[in-house]
Ligand binder design. Structure first.
Ligand code: 3H9
Length: 711
């Protein structure tokens, strides 16, 4: 075995007969860090310089071929050799180079394979160019070689979606030459290399492939992708550049000028690399992995979860039941009577019937899933259940009554979870004889679809119960965020504050329609008033009435939403709310009567309306969100700023390319956010109180990211 550096290189090579076996071993995923790039280039030099070598086989050690460029190097000074040069060097090798792919060959990993002359994938492999999801484009020849190999249309579809193709699909597309019979990548790769040698297979460079020979159809595919991208990728920087790069590939192919295409790609790639969207998306990538590593997941072993109980068959309970069924778990649902139980089951079935109607599930598959579902009106059916999630009415006495029953019937060691969105879980836990087993699992509606799961950690819970909650999240493919107990936990606590900021702006002069549009233009899929109309205005109204008694009488309270609710204008379901929904329409139209109600409310409150630019609206909306996010971190409700980011990204539609509110704050500059808050405080010092954490960080010249790293 050889390696070309003083430190052991992550790339090693050894001769196996006439084949130089080059192994990339850079855990955890063989990312193409500088040492890997150096090692690969050195291995190819060695192959060219050594007579005994007749072919080269590239394989990855561990679970993957290569997961791509090392994302951690982005934003740092570049170190040679650059990946495009490495791919060119592989392609220029005078002896056939074969890539044998298992696990992930993604991004730069696939580009390395495209630099090789032959490609084999084993059945479990997944291949793709997911750079777009990081705000990038394939920057090591991927936009040039892929269309030459598989045609413009297929290449654009792969690169613009960032999806992973299976080995079989890759074979069909022509991305690989062969799918091995087994998952033994080394044996399959060596056998293929021997076969190619025996057949005197020539060096075959992807840059010479003819996938763009039909110029007309390539042009049509590019034009179609351009139109589609303009429509679908609103606000995103890299997708249109991808289309431009594929067009450059076509022009270069027509002029026999491959290197021109590469140069064009490089320029576009570097622009993407410098973009704030890349910074936001890479932050999101790491943050969603960091949140999984709560302290309890390291210190404790999760309890075994083989059966789930769900209390309550309403929308939330049914959604949770479906999430558990989809995770392969048997579910027992408890309701108070047969009629409610039947309704709960109908809610569950409706989800699967919807899938059948869309052709995404067969009736047989539904029957198989429902074979794991049982319902009962007796809590005794939960005697052997490992984990129970309560999703009943949001009222402390109702919840405590349920927990008393669970305390009575559940086996020792069963995890008792509540799906409350704001009630005091410490108080729920204190009402049972086993508070150490009580945890919060705050799902978001629809619970079988929304990825966020707040794992709410009350005072007395044991670490293994928290670890169990994280394990359940993994089984359900949710993104878990650890939260402490407070009113609203992380997400709803921020929501209450930034919605209040929007209400203030509305009462001061902006229309709900302008606010919604400004928020959508910022990148959210919907504005706050559209969301209220969709969810039902009555929900917020009920909680406002409940809190009326404890509200600070000096705090500003905007009554506009109450005026609409008093008219039973609860949004979409009643045909009108902030918007009008004539004849069941799903998108609302502005309502002049609402505008008149707002005007009357301004008058009642003695407010002389003024105008706001969209930018002013967003500054207030974001400052409110960031300030409360900082409070939540300061009070240790959230472990780190990145936990706040992931909560907003996965539960509240925050635009992923901005990385989350805390990342956004770092990008606009925390000192600027603080200056805004202080400015707004001149009008309303009670609402705009700078978070002590922001003040402290600005004084130290630090940012939120410094807390992410030190946690
Ligand atoms: C690119 O290639 C640009 C080029 O076109 C041009 C260059 C010039 N780098 O996800 P997991 C870490 S852009 C560094 O939990 P899984 C990850 O953070 C790149 N680190 O495992 C985690 O670390 P930790 C295009 C990386 O089995 C650990 O590995 N490629 C990278 O569920 C395990 O990851 C992509 O976008 C990386 N590239 O999934 C692929 N990838 O243990 C991104 C992962 O400290 N990666 N890590 O938390 C993935 O999609 C998944 O990681 C993968 C494995 C499917 C490979």
């Amino acid at each position: 075995m050889a390696s070309d550096s003083i430190h052991p290189s992550p790339v090693s090579y050894e001769l196996r007969g006439k084949v130089l076996l080059v192994t990339i071993d850079n855990p955890p995923v063989n990312a193409l860090g500088v040492d890997v790039r150096r090692g690969l280039a050195a291995a190819i030099e060695h192959a060219d310089a050594t007579d005994a070598v007749e072919a080269v086989l590239l394989v990855g050690a561990g679970r993957n071929f290569i997961a791509g460029a090392d994302i951690r190097e982005f934003g740092k000074p570049p170190q040679p050799p650059a990946l495009p040069d490495v791919c060119n060097r592989i392609e220029a090798c005078r002896k056939p180079v074969i890539a044998a792919i298992h696990g992930a060959a993604l991004g730069g990993g696939l580009e390395v394979a495209l630099g090789a002359h032959y490609r084999l994938a084993v059945p479990g492999a997944k291949l793709g160019l997911p750079e777009v999801q990081l705000g990038l484009l394939p920057g090591a020849g991927g936009t040039q070689r892929t269309p030459r190999l598989i045609g413009a249309e297929a290449a654009l579809s792969l690169i613009l979606s960032g999806r992973h193709a299976s080995a079989q699909e890759a074979l069909k597309l022509g991305l690989v030459d062969r799918v091995g019979a087994s998952d033994d990548v080394l044996a399959e790769g060596l056998a293929y290399a021997q076969e190619l040698l025996a057949a005197h297979a020539p060096v075959r460079r992807t840059r010479d492939a003819q996938g763009l020979a039909d110029r007309e159809s390539a042009q049509a595919a590019i034009a179609a992708a351009r139109t589609d991208t303009a429509k679908k990728s609103r606000g995103l920087f890299s997708p249109m550049k991808i289309v431009d790069c594929v067009e450059a590939a076509l022009n270069a192919a027509s002029n026999n000028a491959f290197d021109d295409g590469l140069r064009f790609e490089r320029k576009q790639f570097l622009e993407c690399l410098d973009s704030p969207q890349r910074a936001g998306l890479v932050h999101a990538f790491f943050a969603e992995r960091e949140v999984q590593k709560a302290p309890e997941t390291k210190s404790a072993t999760p309890r075994a979860i083989n059966t789930i109980g769900v209390i309550g068959g309403g929308t939330m309970g049914a959604g949770i039941a479906v999430a558990a069924l989809d995770a392969g778990l048997p579910v027992t649902m408890i309701e108070r009577d047969d009629a409610s139980l039947a309704r709960g089951r109908a809610h569950v079935e409706k989800v699967y019937d919807g899938l059948i109607a869309k052709g995404r599930m067969t009736a047989d598959a539904k029957a198989q899933v429902l074979a794991r579902y049982t319902g009962s009106t007796s809590y005794d059916a939960l005697a052997q259940t490992d984990l129970v999630i309560e999703a009943v009415f949001e009222e402390m006495s109702v919840k405590q009554a349920v927990f008393a029953e669970l305390d009575r019937v559940c086996k020792p060691g069963a995890v008792l979870a509540t799906n409350t969105s704001y009630l005091d879980i410490d108080a729920i836990a204190a009402s049972v004889s086993r508070p150490q087993d009580v945890v919060g699992l705050h799902f978001f509606s629809p619970a079988n679809i929304m990825k966020l799961l707040e794992v709410v950690v009350p005072k007395q819970v044991t670490a293994d119960v928290v670890a169990t909650a994280f394990e359940l999240a993994k089984k359900m493919r949710k993104v878990p965020v650890r939260a402490g107990v407070c009113d609203g936990f992380i997400g709803n606590r921020l929501l209450a504050v930034y919605r209040a900021a929007a209400d203030h702006v509305m009462e001061d002069g902006a229309s709900p329609y302008q606010i919604d549009k400004a928020v959508r233009d910022f990148g959210f899929p919907m504005g706050p008033y559209q969301v209220i109309d969709l969810a039902g205005g009555d929900i917020g109204w009920a909680s406002r009435k409940r809190r009326a008694a404890t509200r600070d009488p000096n705090a500003r309270y905007v009554q506009i939403a109450d005026r609409l609710c008093e008219r039973s204008w609860f949004g979409q379901k009643t045909g009108r709310g902030f918007y009008l929904y004539p004849e069941g329409a799903r998108t609302g139209t502005p309502d002049p009567e609402v505008v008149a109600i707002i005007a009357a409310e301004r008058e009642r409150a003695g407010i002389k309306p003024r105008s706001f630019t969209d930018e002013e609206i967003i500054r207030r909306y974001m400052a409110a969100m960031i300030n409360e996010g900082a409070n939540v971190v300061h009070e240790k409700i959230a472990l780190r700023p990145l936990d706040v980011d992931v909560t907003l990204l996965y539960g509240y539609g925050f635009p992923r390319y901005r990385g989350g509110p805390m990342k956004y704050a770092d990008m606009v500059g925390l000192a600027n956010v603080l200056a805004d808050i202080r400015e707004f405080a001149k009008e309303d010092p009670l609402f705009w109180r700078p978070s002590p954490l922001i003040v402290e960080l600005v004084e130290r010249g630090a940012n939120f990211a410094s807390l992410d790293q030190s946690a």
